[in-house]
Design a protein around this ligand. Sequence first.
Ligand code: PGA
Length: 252
Amino acid sequence: MTRRPLTQPKIRVLPDYESLSLAAAEKVSGRLRSKPEAVFLLPTGVTPLGMYRRLVEMHDRDGLSFAGAAFFNLDEYLDLDADHPASYHAYMRENFYGLVDADPRRVHVPDGSASDPEAECERYEAAMKEAGGVDLCVLGIGRNGHVGFNEPGAPFDSRTRVVRLAESTRRVNAGDFEGGRAPERAITVGMRTIFESREIMLLASGANKAQAVAAAMEGKISEAVPASMLRRRPEATFLLDREASSAIGEAG
Ligand code: PGA
């Protein structure tokens, strides 16, 4: 691990994806051990797959229990059934919740097929509050700097809401959908809700994230780069592999 002379938030650079995944899983398991009833806000995507795999291993091998904790997902596509293979319900079931002893009553994913999506957003936000607020939020980062489905321009004071996906995000995610067309809308937990988490850990792996990471860490703190907001949070950590960190410092 190397440290670079940056201010806030903390940054950890790991040599590769495997060590990044292990460090992320250790952070989650550490939180769980110190507070078994902790509330987690969790991401989907390619990046966290290794972290989930490690957490499942810790459950199988070391008896790490998730039964007392509460889990919320950051986002879900809208107008998609929970059974759709590209839904985040399916992703979480297949990669995490279905493989450990998480209590189904404490597992929450926004309902992308809700007849009243606005009401679903309000319900979801209230459920997080009722659970006591988020102890640890784990984030990925989009190539355009998005977190969750908070695309560039997302207000820093936003809550859980219906959003329109950026065309670039739809292109990146198109491969998950028959006919190559990703949904146009989603429900996402908002920037303010993310910001209010007691701890935040952003994961980024690979050279295709390097520019977004550098913009978030070193550019202007601006709604144009949602992840830049984390610089206002000393409790946030950017966990990067070497490739994802490779553009930091280039501008200066
Ligand atoms: P990825 O997605 O992990 O699949 O790259 C991250 C994101 O878009 O937030």
